[in-house]
Design a protein around this ligand. Structure first.
Ligand code: MD3
Ligand code: FE
Length: 217
């Protein structure tokens, strides 16, 4: 499986449980999303998580929703409160939540109601190593991801770390839904193309915002 094999014109086999929805949002909708994210970040400021061994992540995060994903020297988990301010996360803006539910429906998943939205804020050199998302209570619920800002080369593997990886570009306005047998695929972000995509004051140097909507509790 190569990049174009997976989602290019010649693709004839798209793995089950992967729904890549290109250019779902217009530039106007993306600017409204940036505004909603800026409002969330004003109440829940971006912070830099670290791994259990104390190594800091390469990018800042924040959350909205009843639960937010955090990581520190006690490990990964969901929390009802911001780890630095102690304040509860703000609700997922209704327009974002509705768009995530609609994306899940287009992927064939009915009744997805997210209770957590992780906001990843990548600087120009941002990347994310290959990992699985398995901190959520019910792993049969999908993950819906919105890409905003700069393009990123995304890596999608299989259910074992050693499985082959396909790479493809995620651009602003693209939506990815991972569900069913693909929910536990290894995945990561190789690199950004910082000069690409719509700019926003949230990431002045040319960065990328990724929203992942989850059912965490
Ligand atoms: C494939 N974020 O926050 S989103 C993450 O682009 C994360 O910032 C990446 O991985 C980013 O955990 C990727 C797309 C995505 C999200 C969840 C997945 C792909 C996935 C779960 C399973 C397989
Ligand atoms: Fe992930």
């Amino acid at each position: 499986m190569s990049l174009t094999d997976l989602f290019g014109e010649t693709a004839d086999v798209v793995p089950q449980g992967v729904s890549l929805q290109r250019s779902v949002f217009s530039m106007e909708e993306i600017s409204r999303q940036f505004t909603m994210i800026a409002e969330v970040l004003a109440l829940s400021p971006p912070f830099r998580p670290c791994m259990r061994n104390g190594t800091p992540f390469g990018h800042d995060i924040s959350n909205c929703g009843a639960l937010g994903w955090i990581s520190d020297t006690r490990g990964y988990r969901y929390s009802r409160r911001h780890p630095e301010t102690g304040v509860a996360w703000s609700p997922i803006p209704a327009a974002l939540r509705d768009a995530a539910m609609a994306a899940a429906a287009r992927a064939g998943v009915a009744d997805f109601v997210p209770d957590a939205c992780l906001i990843n804020l990548y600087g120009p050199k941002g990347r994310m190593g290959l990992h699985q998302d398995r901190d959520e209570a019910d792993l049969t619920c999908p993950i819906v991801s919105f890409s905003l800002g700069a393009d990123a080369v995304f890596a999608l593997g299989g259910l074992e770390r050693r499985d082959p990886v396909s790479r493809f570009t995620l651009r602003a306005g693209d939506v990815l839904v991972l569900h069913g047998p693909s929910r536990l695929r290894f995945h990561g972000v190789d690199r950004l193309r910082p000069a690409s995509g719509p700019r926003h004051a949230i990431l002045p140097e040319g960065g990328r915002i990724n929203l992942t909507f989850r059912r965490a509790g």
